[in-house]
Write a protein that binds this ligand. Structure first.
Ligand code: PMP
Length: 381
């Protein structure tokens, strides 16, 4: 299988990830934070180690700024539902994934939260974004949310500049880093960003069922889940201990152990090395597709992330993806990529085909993909 769907979940994972996940089940499948015995302590230590690795990767001194979640969507919901109340105003970018667009839409319908969706008409320079964001701010704007890197086009937003603006206005700023965590450098202790939602199963090479939310010191949240935390068990009120009060329920220790191994892989390989390799592969795909007739790339410029979308004129993207899978053993993702807003503004109303190489792909696989596309066009058109 030539796997070009790493933007959805990276695959394969380094073998250490599976080994660490298995060890957490076989060797110490106990409940962390809920018991003082040796196995519970070992599980607790594993979780603390993964938290410390997240802190290293994201440039944060205090590991407790990270809450473990089950995926990016859990993290975005924890932040959005934990901050917004009736009467608040939230601004989101028009590039958002449904992991952001849907919870804010639900809050608009169910709780009377006001939502503005902003996007510059033409270029995506810092000034253009700041202009549309400034124009949308009201005296009730509580939260601003932007994606860091688009999961449809690979374009990147100027989050530090946007964050400075949000800080000046006293607006909480959340970033969806689903496509950039593990690929671009972060210095969250230095950056004016309050919340960062990220997956463990994409660029951090961890197992599915993992993700997290970074919460800057001083940001106050309501928990999303209420229940057992292993602390103050004699009380029925939710303890607001940090981070435990926001991680109710038995954690995904096997997944978090695997995420720890994924983080070791990313930290030891180096994000620069991972980024460069994946960008080289993406460039081969971009140039190769550009040279073929009848290929319509979703953006004009090669994006700064190793993922992008395209269509083949006269062919249905879903059908092309199915042929790639069944006849060429190649995995891509066709459709809307859970990003209806972005496809609307791109004008790709019928969706598109997305390719996203990962660290374990090779240049000969890119050649095979390009040959497959040329053949499909030749036979079907
Ligand atoms: N945001 C973006 C930008 C994404 O690309 C994705 C995954 N496609 C998500 C959120 C949702 O991620 P998860 O499946 O980890 O909830």
């Amino acid at each position: 299988m030539i796997y070009l769907d790493n933007a959805a979940s990276t695959w394969p994972k380094p073998s250490e990830v599976a080994e660490a996940t298995k060890a957490a089940i076989v060797d110490f499948g106990a409940n962390p934070g809920r018991g003082g015995h040796r196995l519970a302590r070992k599980a607790e230590q594993t979780i603390a180690e993964t938290r410390a690795k997240l802190a290293r990767l994201f440039g944060v001194r205090d590991p407790d700024r990270f809450l473990f979640c089950f995926h990016t969507t859990h993290a975005t919901n924890l932040a959005i539902q934990g901050i917004l109340s009736t009467g608040d105003h939230v601004i989101i970018s028009g590039w958002e994934h449904n992991a952001v667009a849907r919870p804010v839409t639900w809050l608009a319908q169910a709780r009377g939260v006001e939502v503005s969706v902003v996007e510059p008409p033409e270029s995506g320079e810092s000034g253009d974004w700041l202009a549309v964001i400034k124009a949308a701010v009201t005296n009730r704007t509580k939260l601003l949310i932007t994606i860091h890197g688009s999961n449809v086009t690979g374009e990147v937003l100027p989050i530090v500049d946007i964050g400075h603006f949000a800080r000046e206005r006293g607006i909480t700023y959340m970033v969806d880093a689903a496509q950039t965590a593990g690929l671009l450098p972060f210095q969250l202790d230095e950056w004016p960003v309050d919340l960062v939602a990220f997956p463990g199963h994409k660029g951090l090479y961890g197992p599915q069922g993992t993700g997290g939310l970074y919460v800057a010191a001083g940001v106050s949240l309501r928990p999303l889940l209420f229940g057992g935390t292993g602390s103050r068990s004699e009380e029925v009120e939710q303890p607001m201990d940090w981070p435990g009060g926001f991680e109710s329920g038995t954690p995904n220790t096997p997944g978090i152990a695997g995420l720890g191994a994924g983080l070791d892989f990313v930290l030891n390989t180096g994000i620069d090395q991972i980024y460069q390799h994946e960008m080289e592969l993406a460039r081969l795909l971009w140039e190769g597709l550009k040279a073929q007739e009848g290929v319509r790339l979703a953006t004009e410029e090669m994006p700064p992330l190793p993922l992008f979308s395209f269509n083949l004129v006269g062919l249905d993207g879903q059908e092309v993806a199915m042929i790639l899978d069944q006849h060429y053993d190649i995995a891509v993702r066709a459709g809307y990529h859970c990003a209806a807003l972005k496809h609307r503004s791109l004008g790709t109303e019928a969706g598109a085909i997305r390719v996203s190489p990962g660290y374990f792909n090779t240049s000969s696989e890119m050649d095979a993909f390009l040959r497959a596309i040329a053949e499909i066009r030749q036979y079907l058109l």
